[in-house]
Ligand binder design. Structure first.
Ligand code: NAD
Length: 517
């Protein structure tokens, strides 16, 4: 197979040249569909990370001094450049991750949507808030939003472009610089996005790219950051969170999930089946919000199972750079082996494979079939751990309360999906699931694409959140600028304290009555 025509040696040289690296070390980047290396990616040393922060800090001082509208103008140009070039990003993302073209294209749209949201919302979110001060009339207090400085942003391979560029957007508009560490497997598409930011007018050096294995350079990234934005596994999130704690910097941790879907007894299966198929198998199941547990009323289980299994069998897999296949490859042979081991473990302990369950080496080294299991019991790895592949389990229920309890019986709390014709009832059920994203009559896109609303993981699925106002404010410190027009707060040396107490008590009572304080 040959790479898409847009991926030229010149492009690859430019993108790999953006990595801050003096180590002389590199790792091969594989075209996932073939397993063949197509370029070497330079690796950064801890010293390179320190250099990257120093450069980003210099540029950030300039960037933060620009008026907000000037920064927003850069992002308007970036928005247009990305719309013009999104198929190049799509090509790179497909080559690096093996995902289906439809999915890769949609991922570029996430960055477009997040950019346009914050272009519009930033002036309101970052606007200074003036309040009456401690003494009415003669004082004011103003909340001013100040950029944190340089954000350490660490992203995973599964949605590399969105978790890098979409999470960078509010940080940049707020006036921050960024040291960005994508996964080694998925750096090139991210670097192309950063190149577009520079073409749009970002000051030189504001976004630095460093590459390496997490344990090698992760600690230096966190130690030098003014804030950390991390997306990845819960296990790594614990490491990042404790490092950030030691350094007393804030962090957002967007982590794993084991997401349930509940079919209610009145659900319209014509809608549920395609929705549940998409929610389970999009990105070959390598999505933090995808569905790995499906709860169906026993009265409808046979029909649901028959139709869901049929639809899973109808999914076409393919290793092509066109829009025809619905599902692509897993990201690597290691990921395929992990998924296979979860299925094998379940089967060895008595689970039934209703469809799939096998690798597809005829298509590529990391392909795995859409897989539906049943008879899964709590002792199986897949029952409780995130499999992160195209595998889900159908469970029956007779009592809705029991289904809700089982949906909540997990350490994770990222996403939940509830389907029913009576939307109010479905929503009431959804609100009882302990998760940061609740999708009624949809699998996951409905909440994820609602950029005005903030969301993040409950329980071990995360700390902090993205999107909405909080998704931008987290990248700022708040400064309280308090002004007294005349000094009336200090007491003269000859103060009569008994009279002063009486006056103060009366004054406080009066102000509460008037609603002043
Ligand atoms: P991972 O935790 O192994 O790696 C994520 C990133 O962290 C990579 O860039 C990796 O190099 C880096 N890293 C690893 N160890 C590190 C360390 N000690 N210090 C600093 N950085 C380190 O996760 P992954 O396997 O790449 O991604 C899949 C996981 O991400 C899944 O659990 C998935 O659910 C989760 N995820 C969550 C969201 C969300 O928004 N909640 C989105 C996408 C993926």
């Amino acid at each position: 197979m040959s790479l898409p025509a847009s991926i030229t040696p010149e492009l690859l040289a430019r993108l790999t040249g953006m990595v801050v690296s003096t180590s002389g070390r590199s790792v091969p980047v594989l075209e996932v569909y073939t397993g063949e290396s197509f370029v070497d990616l330079p690796q950064s040393s801890p010293e390179d990370v320190v250099t990257a922060y120093a450069e980003a800090r210099k540029a950030q001082a300039v960037w933060a001094s620009w008026p907000l509208n000037r920064r927003i103008d850069v992002m308007k140009r970036f928005h247009e450049l990305l719309l013009q070039d999104n198929l190049v990003v799509t090509d790179l993302m497909q080559a690096e991750t093996g995902k289906a073209r439809r999915m890769a294209f949609e991922e570029t749209c996430d960055v477009v949507m997040t950019t346009s949201h914050y272009i519009k919302a930033a002036p309101r979110i970052l606007k200074e808030k003036k309040h009456g001060g401690v003494v009415p009339i003669v004082s004011t207090s103003t909340e001013v939003r100040v950029a944190k400085g340089v954000v350490g942003l660490i992203s995973p391979w599964n949605f590399p472009f969105a978790t890098s560029l979409s999470d960078a957007m509010p940080a940049l508009i707020a006036g921050n610089g960024i040291v960005l560490k994508p996964d080694n497997k998925s750096t090139l598409n991210v670097a192309y996005g950063v190149e577009l930011l520079y073409r749009a007018g970002l000051p030189a050096g504001l976004v630095q790219i460093v590459c390496g294995e997490g344990p090698d350079i992760g600690p230096t990234i966190v130690e030098n950051a003014d804030y950390v934005m991390f997306t990845g596994s819960t296990a790594t999130g614990r490491v990042i969170g404790s490092l950030a704690g030691q350094n007393l910097v804030g962090c957002t941790l967007e982590l794993g999930g084991k997401n349930p879907l509940i079919v209610l007894d009145d659900a319209d299966l014509d809608e549920v089946i395609p929705g549940a198929i998409m929610a389970t198998f999009l990105n070959a199941g390598q999505a933090c919000m995808h569905i790995e547990r499906i709860y169906v009323p026993e009265s409808r289980r046979a029909e649901f199972t028959r139709r869901f299994v049929q639809a899973a069998q109808d999914i076409d897999l393919g290793a092509t750079y066109d829009f025809s296949p619905m599902m692509g490859s897993l990201v690597s042979v290691a990921q395929k082996d992990r998924v296979e081991s979860h299925v094998d473990d379940a089967v060895a302990k008595g689970a039934t494979v209703l469809t799939g369950g096998k690798a597809r080496p005829d298509l590529g080294p990391a392909f795995f079939e859409p897989t539906v299991l049943t008879d899964v019991t709590p002792d199986m790895i897949h029952a409780t751990m995130e499999t992160f592949g195209p595998v889900t389990t159908i469970y029956g229920y007779t009592d809705l309360e029991d289904a809700i309890r089982r949906a909540n019986d997990t350490d994770y709390g990222l996403n939940a999906s509830v389907w029913g014709k009576d939307v109010s009832r479905a929503e009431a059920v959804g609100r009882r699931i302990e998760a940061g994203n609740i999708n009624i009559n949809d699998g996951l896109a409905c909440s994820y694409a609602s950029k005005k609303s903030t969301s993040g993981g409950f329980k071990t699925s995360g700390v902090g959140s993205r999107h909405g106002d909080a998704g931008m404010l987290k990248y700022t410190d708040v400064q309280n600028v308090a002004v007294l027009k005349k000094q009336v707060l200090s007491n003269p040396p000859d103060t009569d304290w008994n009279a002063q107490v009486e006056k103060t008590v009366k004054g406080l009572r009066f102000m509460r009555k008037l609603g002043i304080r």
